[in-house]
Ligand binder design. Structure first.
Ligand SMILES: C[S@@+](CC[C@H](N)C(=O)[O-])C[C@H]1O[C@@H](n2cnc3c(N)ncnc32)[C@H](O)[C@@H]1O
Length: 264
C-alpha cells in the first residue's frame, strides 16, 4: 500500500540523514584505519630507518647483518623440516596451552627464521619476545627480512646470537611466562639442554609459567624416569604432561611436552 504523500516525505527526510550519517561513519572508520596503518609504517621507517639495527657499536652489534639475495626470494621459508605455514599451528597451540596474554614475557630457544616467532611477536606487546639463536643466516632472515617485511620492527623483539645457552644478555631480572623450544632440543646434546634448563628454571614464573618442548624429551628419558624426575625436582621443575596438537592447515600433528615450576 502506498504511503500518504506526507508520510512518504517524512520517511525520505529520515532516510537521507541516516544514510549521510552511515556514509560519514564509514569514511571516518576508513580514515582511522589508514592513519593507524601509515603511522605504524612511519614509525618503522623514521624511528628504525627500516633497518633492524639496535643502537650499538657496529663491531658488537649482532643485528648489523647483510641481507643476501636468497632471503629476498624467501629460500629460508624452506630451510627447516616443517612447512613455513606450520608456524601458525605452533603459535596457536602454545598460546592456548599457556593461556598467553599480550603482556606476557616469552623466550624461544632456537627461533630460526621466526617461522613461529613472528606470530608471537605480532601478538605480544613490544619487547616481550626474546630468542637465543645460533645460526647467522637465520638471524639475517629474521632481522633483515621477516621483521621489516611484516612491519614488526616496532615490536623490538630481542633476538640474540648464541649457542651455549647463555641467556645473560636478556637481563638478570626477567621472568618468563612461556619458554619454548620448537624442533630444537632433539638436535642438541642432552648436557646442553640440562645446562639451559638449569639457567632458566629460576626465570620461569612460578606456578603460571610454562616450558614447552616439541617432538621428544630424550634428554630426560635417556636418564631413566626416576633420575629425570630427580633432576627436574632439583631444579624446581615438574613435568606436567604430553600434548598432541593437530594442524589447523594440513594433515600433520605435533607432540609437545609441558613443564612448570610448582613453587618459588
Ligand atoms: C629445526 S630448526 C627450528 C627453528 C624454529 N624453532 C622453528 O620451529 O621454525 C632448529 C633451530 O635451532 C637452532 N639451534 C640449534 N642448536 C642451537 C643452540 N645450541 N642454541 C641456539 N639455537 C640453536 C638452529 O640454528 C635452528 O635455527
Amino acid at each position: 500500500m502506498a504511503l500518504p504523500s506526507s508520510a512518504s516525505g517524512t520517511a525520505r527526510m529520515l532516510t537521507v540523514p541516516a544514510l549521510l550519517l552511515l556514509l560519514s561513519s564509514a569514511a571516518l572508520l576508513i580514515a582511522a584505519f589508514r592513519f593507524r596503518f601509515f603511522a605504524a609504517l612511519q614509525f618503522d621507517l623514521v624511528r628504525h630507518h627500516g633497518i633492524s639495527h639496535y643502537p650499538d657499536e657496529e663491531t658488537t652489534n649482532h643485528t648489523a647483518l647483510p641481507c643476501p639475495g636468497e632471503l629476498l626470494v624467501e629460500e629460508h621459508h624452506s630451510n627447516y623440516g616443517e612447512p613455513w605455514a606450520g608456524g601458525r599451528d605452533v603459535f596457536e597451540f602454545l598460546a592456548n596451552a599457556s593461556a598467553l596474554t599480550p603482556r606476557d614475557q616469552v623466550l624461544e630457544i632456537g627461533c630460526g627464521t621466526l617461522r613461529v616467532g613472528l606470530h608471537f611477536i605480532r601478538f605480544l606487546e613490544a619487547a616481550k619476545f626474546h630468542c637465543l639463536e645460533r645460526d647467522e643466516l637465520s638471524l639475517m632472515a629474521a632481522l633483515r627480512y621477516e621483521l621489516p617485511a611484516q612491519g614488526l620492527l616496532y615490536k623490538r623483539p630481542m633476538i640474540v646470537r648464541g649457542e651455549d645457552m647463555d641467556f645473560s644478555r636478556f637481563g638478570d631480572t626477567v621472568m618468563y611466562d612461556l619458554i619454548y623450544a620448537s624442533a630444537v632440543f632433539l638436535h642438541i646434546p642432552d648436557k646442553l639442554v640440562w645446562t639451559g634448563l638449569e639457567r632458566l628454571a629460576g626465570k620461569l614464573r612460578p606456578q603460571r609459567g610454562r616450558i614447552f618442548v616439541s617432538h621428544n624429551i630424550k634428554f630426560c628419558s635417556r636418564l631413566g624416569g626416576d633420575e629425570c624426575t630427580r633432576r627436574l625436582t632439583e631444579l624446581g621443575l615438574e613435568y606436567v604432561r604430553k600434548h598432541t596438537h593437530d594442524s589447523l592447515l594440513f594433515n600433520h600433528y605435533e607432540i609437545w611436552f609441558e613443564f612448570r615450576r610448582p613453587k618459588v
